[in-house]
Design a protein around this ligand. Sequence first.
Ligand SMILES: *[C@@H]1O[C@H](CO)[C@@H](O)[C@H](O)[C@H]1NC(C)=O
Ligand SMILES: *[C@@H]1O[C@H](CO)[C@@H](O)[C@H](O)[C@H]1NC(C)=O
Ligand SMILES: *[C@@H]1O[C@H](CO)[C@@H](O)[C@H](O)[C@H]1NC(C)=O
Ligand SMILES: *[C@@H]1O[C@H](CO)[C@@H](O)[C@H](O)[C@H]1NC(C)=O
Ligand SMILES: *[C@@H]1O[C@H](CO)[C@@H](O)[C@H](O)[C@H]1NC(C)=O
Ligand SMILES: [Zn+2]
Length: 940
Amino acid sequence: MGKGCRVSKLCILSVVLALAAITTIVTLWTLALTGDDATAPWDRYRLPADLVPDSYNITLWPRLSPDPDTGLYLFTGKSTVKFKCVKETDLILIHTNKLNFTKLENEQIVRLSATDGGSAPSIKSTWLQPETQYMVIQLGNSLTPQQTYELYAEFTGELADDLAGFYRSEYEEDGVRKTVATSQMHPTHARKTFPCFDEPAMKAVFHVTLIHPVGTVALSNGMETDIINTNIDGVTVTQTKFEPTAKMSSYLLAIVVSDYTYINATQGDTLIRIWARRKAIEQGQGDYALNVTGPVLDFFQSYYNISYPLSKSDQIALPDFYFGAMENWGLVTYRETNLLYDPLTSSNRNKETTATIIAHELAHMWFGNLVTLRWWNEVWLNEGFASYVSYLGADYAEPSWDVKDLIVLDDIQRVMAVDALTSSHPLSSKEDSIILPNQITEQFDTISYSKGASVLRMMSSFLSESVFVQGLYSYLNHFAYDNTVGNDLWDHLEMAVKANDVSLPYSVSEIMNRWVLQMGFPVVTIDTGKGMVTQKYFLLDPESKVTVDSPYNYEWVIPITWMNKSGVSRNTFWLTKKEAYNSDFLMDQSWILGNINVTGYYRVNYDPSNWDRLYKQLVTDHLVIPVANRAQLLDDAFSLARAQLVPNVYPLMLTSFLLNETEYMPWQAALNNLQYYYLMFDRTEVYQPLQDHVMKLVTPLFMHFKELTANWTEIPEKHTDQYNQVNAIQMGCNVGLTECQNLITGWFKQWMDHPQHNLIAANLRSVVYCSAIAAGGDAEWVFAWSQYKSATLASEAGKLMSALACTNDTYLLQSYLSYTLNPDMIRKQDATFVITSVASNRMGQDLAWDFVREQWEYMFTEYGVGSFSFASMISGVTARLSTPTELQQLEEFVNEHSAAGFGSATQAVQQALERTRANIKWLELNKKPILEWLTTGSGL
Ligand SMILES: *[C@@H]1O[C@H](CO)[C@@H](O)[C@H](O)[C@H]1NC(C)=O
Ligand SMILES: *[C@@H]1O[C@H](CO)[C@@H](O)[C@H](O)[C@H]1NC(C)=O
Ligand SMILES: *[C@@H]1O[C@H](CO)[C@@H](O)[C@H](O)[C@H]1NC(C)=O
Ligand SMILES: *[C@@H]1O[C@H](CO)[C@@H](O)[C@H](O)[C@H]1NC(C)=O
Ligand SMILES: *[C@@H]1O[C@H](CO)[C@@H](O)[C@H](O)[C@H]1NC(C)=O
Ligand SMILES: [Zn+2]
């Protein structure tokens, strides 16, 4: 599955789910639910292993207009599941949720028969168990082991706009309201569509038939094989049958009925189609996706050395979709912003998002779909893997972008910020600690995606890419159409290690277990005076207490790469214990730099003289140090200062080299960290001196881009330069550079004068909209709102949506917040994003926080369960809290609602408490020295 927040840098620091408090709750639940033999099977959340599905025949008929009697949108369905009994039992448990069943003969709601002339036991009683989402069928006699049975049912469900299971999405085209029936089965919503054994290890073949209005098109995982018009109950309808799916998990099923159109291409034997609203396809918004899909598929076929297992690859853009994208096998579903790209108005950021998300989802076609982890406790391996290789796939499709380096900013540094809190959690959990649907949803967090990607990249780097790929191939080949546990992958990598004589200090699993089974990561300290290297669990807050024991005592087996003035060392030094001596690390003239290209998932600290030598190198010739490491030095220094491991002015001192820096990565790393300074200081007297410092640093960058773009008339050639141009303008305008403000206000004015001709360069739109709305008033805001409502391109709408939160007018901010209560103003899927955006504005912080508290009941009912943007909203509205009064407010809020709970934001709430306390302490320690350095010691 694709992350919900990939696109927006705003929510990057916020998708955060982690915590010890929940672990306690989980443990209690587990004891109550599974530990006790007296618990009835239907009260346990996991299916017994007695029955194994073989195939399903499902016919579904979604109604695209409301039922005249109830006003509800409905679907009806018939399903047969063929399953085998593997252990004698007189009980059938099958998942179902929110379905109404039709009575068949004998007042029964199911019909059971045996295949191959066998006989089926009679049904004693049948009932629904809503809590555990089962249909329970108690039989008169036992089922016979090895015998196959069929269970038939007819049912009605609601085609609700709840973005889960079979649901409806609506949009307007040429003034006509249109309805799409679509699906999101993952992780536990297939049961809301038809009765099924809804666990990932219960793989089966799905035969799907869809009945739909004439003139609409129906899609599913398999290719359409048979399309006929027929008459049912006096209505003429179209019936589309699909080729049977490969053997797969129920969460990968997809069904869509729409009046979409498509463009297509073929790559080898594979038919590639991109589906979207007719307008979007006409305007060429699917072209880029079509262009990259072929190369990406080619890349993965050769990377895995296994051909694409299906006959077609459909990808479809949906107006309403909770997650970023979903890797349904053969029919991948996307948020529109993630699939569609308009050459005229989309930015290069949109383009990169499209390429990397397509690569992420297509990577799952093998890793995840062909071979599937047995249970949700190892989600990290599935998501971390796809996230890591998405960079490789995108790099193959767009080799000029240097996109592989960007993992350092977008995943490694981003997740380290979260993983350095005691509220973090290990990548992998115990299988029996993840049982409730809510707990399953919570697994899809930054830790799983970004830390997962980081540690897999580290492994690929210490094994070498070729050994890594060899083990991977062996794993995929051996377990095709089957399920695994993480250890299976380690075993196959170990075989590749042996076959290639790779020298490692321990086995793959012994090394990896330390990164997977304990939370956090180490800081490695190199002391160049003594030649000593040590490791220590890195915690952002030095006073925080770790209450969870680790089986490895928070020690890691760490591959250390390094360089000095004369170049990169060819060896890897393995730190296998707390400390070690290495004469290569003794230095007195030259500097040493550890963790080259940040392939390792750890931070690096040095003795003060080495920091000094690195600093001097940076301010004389920074280009000697690889660009990813220039970003690393800044990010590490800021974090080490937060943890009180280096003096608090080191990071600010290091920023001095930015005066000569034009590369994106170091600037972005600095900005990400200065963001925290702004959050803490933008309501204090440190704000202006900080603005002055940044003004000094950014002015040369602004001028650099002015020159590079021939006075803002051209687009920089390099992908990352295009990003950094945005930074130059954003910071330039934020710190009040007059030339910058005149520039963007002029552009925006021009657009307001000619609303049909937006000449603002696609890449710059986000920053120009935001800066112009911040500098402007009512007129600018109202104009932007009307443009938002009429935007036909989702990514354009997204930019306007976040820019609307940039206004400094509190009345406008207040109205904007209230719009989130009305789905006609702001789509449900976007509401939490709007609130988070308002909170990120220093004028909007208090408003958003008050709003969330006032509207808590609504927020919680609408978004509290199953939406992972809910957690980022909580993180967003609490990010600035840093005074004792604010802490008290937060505590009161938490107490008031703790009885009802916080749903999927449970961990985010705990983190907010922890973070607010840390903010208070940080301000106490840092405000004075930083103010002093900014006003006297900057040396610039
Ligand atoms: C499902 O449908 C296929 C073809 O439509 C048929 O061959 C198969 O027997 C059916 N299976 C069940 C369980 O009804
Ligand atoms: C299911 O039945 C309940 C109770 O009769 C009713 O309230 C609900 O609307 C029905 N749902 C559907 C989807 O038909
Ligand atoms: C897609 O590829 C074609 C052919 O190479 C190219 O002309 C077109 O500009 C590309 N479209 C996009 C949006 O990249
Ligand atoms: C570090 O990354 C750069 C690309 O940014 C690459 O050219 C260089 O070879 C890498 N260095 C090492 C030691 O892998
Ligand atoms: C900037 O570069 C110039 C020339 O390359 C160098 O002399 C100067 O020390 C550098 N300044 C900083 C702050 O990096
Ligand atoms: Zn994924």
